[in-house]
Design a protein around this ligand. Sequence first.
Ligand code: PLP
Length: 409
Amino acid sequence: MNYNDFFEQALDRLRDERRYRVFADLERIAGRFPHALWHSPEGAKDVVIWCSNDYLGMAQHPKVVGAMTETAARMGTGAGGTRNIAGTNHPLVELERELADLHGKPAALVFTSGYVSNQTGIPTIAKLLPNCLILSDALNHNSMIEGARQSGCDRQIWRHNDVAHLEELLQAADPKRPKLIMFESLYSMDGDIAPVHAICDLAEKYGAMTYCDEVHAVGMYGARGGGICDRDNAMSRVDVLEGTLAKAFGCLGGYITGSEQMIDAVRSYAPGFIFTTALPPAICAAATAAIKHLKTSSWERERHQDRAARVKAVLNAAGLPVMPSTTHIVPVFIGDAEKCKEASDMLLAEHGIYIQPINYPTVPRGEERLRITPSPYHDDALIDRLAEALVDVWDRLDLPTRYQALAAE
Ligand code: PLP
C-alpha cells in the first residue's frame, strides 16, 4: 500500500476546491515594517505587507526586541519544561501579573498560544460546571469550537451577534443548569464588534457565565489596551477574558484572566496547560514590555485607527468594494476563490504587495475576500500605491465593484 497516495488525494481535493494554500517565503526587516523581503523563485524582492496581524508593529518595537534579547542573553532560550516539571520562570510570573492588571481581574494564566487557551481553557471550564450548556456565537473561531467540542457538553449556536436569538435559547434552557456563553469581542474576518453589554445583561438575567475572546482587540482598544471590554467598560461584567500575545503585542502565547478560583482550577485541570512546555522567559519578558508600553502609550492605537480610516476612505473613493467594518480590519470583497488567489498572486508578483487570499473555510463560500490590516506604519504613499495596485488588479480580473449587490445575487 502506498500511504502517500492518500495524502496526495487529500491535497488534490483541496486543489480542486481552489483552497490549497500557498504561503509566501517572507523575511521581515525589523525597523522597516511593513517592508519585507520576499524570497521569490527569481530571488529576493522588497515587498510591503498588508495583511499582518502584528497590528501595531510591536514585533519590531525597540523595547520589545530589547526585552527579548536581553532576557535571552541572561536566562537562555528555553523554559526547561512544563511548569509542573520545571517550575515557573520569573518573567512568566511577571507576565501573568501584568495581564491580570490589564483586564482588572484577580488572576491570569498563560498558555503557549491563543489557540491553546481556547482549545484547553473552554473544555476545562465547561467540564467543571455540572451538566453545562455551552451557548456559542455562530462565527466563533475554530479554537473555541474545538474547545466546546472537546468538552463533550451540550452546545447551542446563536445567530451571529443576535442577542434576541441568544435570549430565546437561554429562556428555553433549564434555569438551574449552568450555562457558558462564549463570543468574540471583535470578529476578525468582518471587523464587527459584539454587543458585549447586551450579552452580559442576558448572562445576568439567566445566570450564565461569560467567556469572551479578545484576541483581535487586546492592545488596540481601551485606554490601556485591554480590548473592546476595556473600551466599553465591560471588563468586570465578563467572567473570562481571553487574549493573545501574538498579534498586537507582537510576540507569542495566549492567556485567560478571571477569578482566582477559576484560574487555579484551569491551572490544575487543563491538559493543554499541564502537559506542554511553558513559554520561554525571553518571550514572556518581551510580551510584558509590549503590554506595559501599550498601557501608557496611545500613539499606536490612535495612528492605527487613523490609518484604517484612511485606507477605507481611499479604497472606497477608488470604487473598490470595501465591506462594512467598524474596526481596523478592512475586508475587500471578491466572492470567488480562484479570482481571490489570482488577485493575491498578481499583487505580490507585479506590485510588491502581500495580501493573503481569504477563502473557505475561513469565510463562507462566495464571501472570499482580501483582508487588509493597516498598521501605524503604513503611510499615505503606501496607501495610495495599494489603491492603484488594487484598481489595476480589479480591472484586469474584472472583479466586482460592489459588495452588497453581489452578495445578494
Ligand atoms: N481566537 C481568535 C478569534 C483568533 O482569530 C485566533 C487566531 O488567529 C486565535 C484565537 C488563536 O490565537 P493565536 O494566534 O495566539 O494562537
